[in-house]
Structures are given as structure tokens and as C-alpha cells.
Design a binder for this molecule. Structure first.
Ligand SMILES: *Cc1c(COP(=O)(O)O)cnc(C)c1O
Length: 394
């Protein structure tokens, strides 16, 4: 099997798995208990917090553990909205191609009386910092722009947007779920006030993540109860999951540059191979993209059929985000970068990690080429395109 869907989730690293098992075996106490056994769990928890903070240039007390990226996104937006409301500010700026954890929370905040401006994303899959600046109003309380897109992999100009937000005194959140453990991040240098991350996207376990909130940005708990996490998130901490997340992130951070270089080379080989398929196109900027992201649209096919046939050939791929599979609507991300419905339906996302080999890449190039040709051989849309009844777009 070739696993080329690491943007959907990654396998736990052996280091993370060992850390998790050791924590369960040796220090399974409740970190809130006062006896030594509980305090050992507490020490592990605080070590994990310090390790994670160090990777993104934060202070340990600025890290709050959550159940994953979705919870971190929800809490970041809601907390910033509540802080805004206290100053009479009810306007939020974000983008049309955010993850649904952000978009659906914004929709909810709109129903509660906030005003949301969703910026267009350009054809290259990049947000323009000057357009963020232009969208700011005196009553803007929050800007939320994702660090890197989960479908098309484009890396946003986060430091520039951070500088603009800081200059205007507006809080800045970034959903960095696809970036943490894959790109170097420095929350101080990039003027980030709130940042969301999820362990299972960087070889940690599922169901655990963290929210960075700069000192001076108090968080509102989404879950009420005990005083865990400094009163920011109630409930007994998932110590084994958190310890494993920290182990996974430390491991990734130690080899970030080498891994990125190796995976980028594989990515570019795969892109070059897929570009030999006629009437297809890469989605998003070629350079400002995640090391492992390859996203294409092919005319005259259905992405879902392509996925099923690739699965039969032992290749795990995606046509967009896992969250939208099962729905017939084309991806909101591809529509946001201006792909028309028909073209957006023919999408394929292959996301690579360090375990992929050159031979795997070549296997994928042949498998995708053959399968696209096969699907086109009986596609009525493709026949219309060939016979000139409808014009080619790609
Ligand atoms: C996966 C993902 C999320 C959700 O994270 P979970 O831990 O699965 O809740 C949020 N944002 C982005 C960009 C993602 O890729």
C-alpha cells in the first residue's frame, strides 16, 4: 500500500508510541492529585508543555491542551470574539478557504451578531496581505487566516499579515494544523496571537492538540468544570496523548529542514509526472506550498471515481478534505481559487511524507495517468470536450 494522504492524518511515530505506552504504564495518575504518583503525571504534562512551547517560540503557560485542531480553532475564535465584544467590536476578517472548524464557527458567531468578512483567495491559492489590511475596520476584533491550506497546500504570508494586525491592534489567529511539525514557526517573530495545532497531523496520536494564546489573550473555556489548564479547559488531562504529542513534535522539529528538503524533491517529481497528463493543472502556487502537497484538477473525470480506482491499486489518496467526502458539492477551497464546478469535481490530492520513496512516486504517476485515461474513455463530458461541444478550460 502507498499511503499518500498524510494531510488527512499520519501514523504515530515509534517515538510517540513508546512515550505514550511508557506514560500509561508508569505515570497514569491524575495530574491534579497531590500524592507523588499524581505529581509525576503533572511533571510529565508540564514537560510536554515546555517542549511544545519551545518548538514554536512560545512560553509554556501560553500553551493550552485541547482535543485537537477543531477544538483549538473553536476556542480561539470564540475567545477573541468575546474579548472583542467587551470593547464593542463585532467584526471579524477571515478567508473563504479556511477549514470548516473555522468557517462553521464563524457562521455561528454571525448568527450571534458578529459581522464576518471572508476574503477571496487568488488563483494561486494565496491571500494578499494588503487585502487583509484594507478589510480592517475600527470595530475589527479578529483576523483569522490559516497558515497552510489543507487541500491545496499553499503557505500564506503569515508574518506580513501578523505585522499588519499588530500595527492595527487587531488580534491574529492562524489555523496552523497543516504547518506545525512541517514548517518552521515562530509565534513571536510572526506576531501570532492565537495558533491552533493537532497532533495527528505530525505523527502524534488522534484526539489531542493544542492552542497557543499569547500572554494577554485570555481564553474562554468551551468546557466548564474543574480548574485544569489554568481554568481554560476543564477535564482530566489526556496525559498519555499529550506526552506522545510532545514527543512527536520534538522529533519532527529536530529534522524539519532535512525532511522538508527530501519531501519537496518527491513532491516536485510527482508534480512533473502528473503534468504530463493532458488537460490537467496543478492547484495553487508551485513554490509557496507545503513540502508534501500535490493537488491537481483533471478535466472530464470525477475525483471520487479516480479515488476508488486508485484504492484498488493500493494507493490511498483524497479528492479534497476528509471532512467533505461523502458530499457531492465540490470543494469550497477549489471554488475559492476560481475553479469552476466541473473542473473542481475532477480533483486529486496526494500528500506525501518521509516514508514515501521515489519508486512510490513513479508508481503513482503511472497509476494516475492510466486511471485518468481509463475514466475519460467512457466519460460523456470528456467526449463533449473532445468533439468541441464544450471548450477546454485546462
Ligand atoms: C485536520 C485539520 C483540522 C482539524 O483538526 P482535528 O484535530 O482533526 O480536529 C483543522 N484545520 C486544518 C487546516 C486541518 O487540516
Amino acid at each position: 500500500m502507498i499511503y499518500a494522504d498524510s494531510a488527512a492524518t499520519t501514523r504515530m511515530s515509534e517515538t510517540a508510541l513508546a512515550a505514550m505506552i511508557d506514560c500509561i504504564r508508569s505515570d497514569s495518575g491524575n495530574p491534579s492529585s497531590l500524592y507523588a504518583y499524581g505529581q509525576r503525571a503533572k511533571e510529565r504534562l508540564e514537560q510536554a508543555r515546555a517542549d511544545i512551547a519551545a518548538v514554536i517560540g512560545a512560553k509554556p503557560r501560553e500553551i493550552t491542551f485541547t482535543s485537537g485542531g477543531s477544538e483549538a480553532d473553536n476556542q480561539a475564535l470564540r475567545s477573541a470574539a468575546i474579548l472583542g465584544l467587551r470593547q464593542g467590536k463585532k467584526h471579524i476578517v477571515s478567508t473563504a478557504f479556511e477549514h470548516h472548524a473555522v468557517l462553521h464557527t464563524l457562521k455561528r458567531l454571525e448568527q450571534e451578531g458578529f459581522e464576518v468578512t471572508l476574503l477571496d483567495v487568488h488563483e494561486d491559492g494565496l491571500v494578499r496581505p494588503e487585502e487583509v489590511e484594507k478589510a480592517l475596520r475600527p470595530d475589527t476584533c479578529l483576523v483569522s487566516v490559516m497558515y497552510a491550506n489543507n487541500e491545496i497546500g499553499t503557505i500564506q504570508p503569515i508574518a506580513e499579515i501578523g505585522r499588519i494586525c499588530r500595527a492595527h491592534g487587531v488580534r491574529f489567529h492562524t489555523d496552523a494544523v497543516q504547518a506545525v511539525g512541517h514548517l518552521p514557526i515562530d509565534v513571536a517573530a510572526e506576531n501570532i496571537d492565537l495558533l491552533s495545532a493537532s497532533a495527528h497531523k505530525f505523527h502524534g496520536p488522534k484526539g489531542v492538540g493544542f492552542l497557543y494564546a499569547r500572554q494577554g489573550t485570555p481564553l474562554t473555556p468551551l468546557i466548564e468544570g474543574g480548574a485544569q489548564e489554568n481554568g481554560r479547559r476543564a477535564g482530566t488531562e489526556n496525559t498519555p496523548g499529550i506526552v506522545a504529542m510532545a514527543a512527536a513534535l520534538k522529533e519532527r522539529a529536530a529534522s524539519l529542514a532535512e525532511d522538508a528538503a527530501a519531501v519537496t524533491a518527491l513532491r516536485d517529481r510527482l508534480i512533473a509526472g502528473l503534468e504530463t497528463i493532458p488537460h490537467g493543472a496543478l492547484n495553487g502556487d508551485r513554490v509557496k506550498r507545503l513540502p508534501g502537497n500535490v493537488s491537481f484538477c483533471f478535466e472530464g473525470i470525477e475525483g471520487e471515481s479516480l479515488l476508488l480506482l486508485l484504492d484498488q491499486k493500493g494507493i490511498c489518496a483524497s479528492s479534497g478534505s476528509a471532512c467533505t467526502s461523502g458530499s457531492l458539492d465540490p470543494s469550497h477551497v477549489l471554488l475559492a481559487i476560481g475553479r469552476v464546478h466541473d473542473v473542481a469535481h475532477g480533483s486529486l490530492r496526494l500528500t506525501l511524507d518521509t516514508d514515501i520513496t521515489e519508486a512510490d512516486v513513479d508508481t503513482m504517476i503511472s497509476a494516475v495517468s492510466e486511471t485518468v485515461a481509463y475514466l475519460r474513455s467512457f466519460s460523456p463530458v470528456w467526449r463533449d470536450l473532445r468533439e468541441g461541444r464544450i471548450p477546454h478550460i485546462l
